[in-house]
Ligand binder design. Structure first.
Ligand code: NAD
Length: 503
């Protein structure tokens, strides 16, 4: 952090400006803040610190663009979104590189993520001219009753630091296909990739003002966006604490809200599972992306009869993970994206030790070969965890696995569901009946059986309980960005009793 502060104000660093009404704009307050590379810890750029005055300009531009965007034929909006997909595909390496420099995730993971970003634009580009209302048979004579799907208006998209472009894309093409215009507030830790990404909208030929970006802090630019009276919906991906504040603020003027929040997902391994596949699934669940994914399988529930053998194999494989430069294809575990997050993960490791959990792998910062000056946490595994410990209840968002033993299937479901969260769950078993029972019993927005961390644009994604509100992805998600209007057309002048509602 000290290096961040030292370099603040350095004139030689590149500056990233706001993007409003199709133009790069300096922030009205004139301030910038530094951003650093998680692998080296070096500050490499300055990001515009947008405030409420900039948000006002961006929302006004998006309002002016609404009739322009909706004046286009739906097929033309779809064509522009599809053009975006082509441009993303043509730029996957550049975009993936921008992500790695911002958030430290593996290039090997960011590259397919950028291809997925293109898939999302193509999917919702194809949907833009297929959004239909319905004609409803009301049984009333001389009456035509139908619904129209209309956009909400100007919507605010607030994103986190862990996969900035993919998580933005879980919202953006759907919102645009539905006819909305947008103001984006990226995470203050990873704003540059979004500010690079918006260039592609210009290249695709989107009308100015349809997509705007105001970078800045959550309590400044973010809060101003949430409070803005002309914003119809706020869709945020981030922490439970941030989501709660946004939900409370948005409730004041009845904004639509969608929240994709945290998780403490159970990954349950039964004794009859394919042992090696389950070991790989457990590792993918927690050590991929250094555990910085909302769907991390951070609670590993092991049936007691295989517990010791499983832990031994897990430690053997995870202990060989290569830690280092996220740009190298040979690296397995990259750095932690932000300085506060690094401190938080290390604190949770100490909390777990203090609670009496047994650390069987890792247990602190990694400073060995390949670490450079980066923020690395060694892959860490705790056994002897029970579900009441903080390490089992609170989201760590780092490469820290808690292992909890269980005896019966019923006990596994009880432990799995005993959490405020409900984003995802994994189950490893060869029993078909148990696969079906587990998919019914687990309280989570996604249940994976004999696999983990799979996703795609065509499947709904979202959380139960404190993991969020709303669903992203799939055909039905388009409705979350629209409002339904019911129209009654009476073909014959209505001469009924005016004082009584017509049934
Ligand atoms: P965060 O809540 O700190 O910040 C997320 C975004 O919200 C940032 O852009 C931030 O500036 C903004 N923000 C914060 N407070 C705000 C406020 N009061 N008003 C308006 N904006 C505000 O989260 P983070 O640390 O950036 O992201 C990590 C979290 O995101 C983890 O909890 C993780 O589980 C969650 N996450 C969820 C999903 C999902 O799909 N469910 C996906 C990825 C990450």
């Amino acid at each position: 952090m000290s290096r961040v502060l030292e370099a603040a104000g350095s004139a030689s660093l590149p500056e990233f400006d706001l993007y409003i009404d199709g133009r790069r704009e300096k922030p009205i307050g004139g301030a910038y803040f530094p951003t650093d590379n998680p692998y080296t810890g070096e500050v490499w750029a300055q990001i515009a610190r947008g405030t409420s005055a900039d948000v006002d300009l961006a929302v006004a531009a998006a309002r002016r663009a609404l009739p322009v965007w909706n004046g286009l034929k739906p097929s033309e909006r779809g064509r522009l979104l599809t053009k975006m997909a082509d441009l993303v595909e043509a730029n996957v390496e550049r975009l993936a590189g921008a992500e790695v420099r911002d958030n430290g995730k593996l290039f090997a993971e960011m590259l397919p993520q950028m291809r997925l970003v293109a898939d999302w634009f193509r999917y919702y580009g194809g949907m833009a001219d297929k959004i239909e209302g319905t004609v409803i048979p009301t049984g009333k004579p001389d009456m035509l009753t139908f619904t129209r799907q209309e956009p909400l208006g100007v919507v605010g998209l607030i994103t986190p630091w862990n996969s900035p472009l993919l998580l933005l894309t879980h919202k953006l093409p759907t919102a645009l296909a539905a006819g909305n215009t947008v103001v984006i507030k990226p995470s203050e830790f990873t704003s540059s990739s979004t500010l690079v990404f918006v260039e592609l909208f210009e290249q695709a030929g989107f009308p100015p003002g349809v997509v705007n970006v105001v970078s800045g802090y959550g309590h400044e630019a973010g809060a101003a966006l949430v409070a803005h009276p002309d914003i119809a919906k706020i869709a945020m991906t981030g922490s439970e604490a941030g989501g709660r504040k946004i939900n409370e603020a948005a409730a004041c003027d009845f904004k639509h809200v969608a929240l994709e929040l945290g998780g403490k997902s159970p990954n349950i391994v039964f004794a009859d599972a394919d042992f090696e596949a389950a070991v790989v699934g457990a590792i993918a669940g927690i050590f991929a992306a250094s555990g910085q994914t909302c769907i991390a399988g951070s609670r590993l529930l092991l049936q007691r009869s295989i517990h010791d053998r499983f832990v031994e194999r897990l430690v053997e494989i995870a202990g060989q993970a290569r830690i280092g430069d996220p740009m190298l294809a040979t690296t397995h575990v990259g750095p932690v994206a932000t300085s506060p997050q690094f401190d938080k993960v290390l604190q949770y490791i100490e909390i777990a030790k203090g609670e009496g959990a047994t650390c069987v792998l890792g247990g602190g910062a990694y400073t060995g070969e390949g670490a450079q000056g980066g923020r690395f946490v060694a892959p860490t595994i705790f056994t002897g965890v029970n579900n009441q410990m903080r390490i089992a209840r609170e989201e760590v968002f780092g490469p820290v696995l808690s292992i909890i033993p269980f005896d019966t299937e019923e006990e596994a479901y009880e432990i799995a569901n005993d959490t405020p969260y409900g984003l995802a769950a994994g189950v490893w078993t060869s029993d078909m009946g148990r696969m079906i029972r587990a998919s019914e019993r687990l309280q989570a927005g996604t249940v994976w059986v004999n696999t983990y961390r799979v996703g795609g644009v065509s499947t709904p994604f979202g959380g139960y309980k404190h993991s969020g509100l709303g669903r992203e992805g799939g055909i039905a998600a388009i409705k979350e960005w629209q409002q339904t209007k019911t129209v009654w057309i009476c073909g014959k002048p209505d001469t009924n009793h005016p004082f009584v509602m017509r049934h």
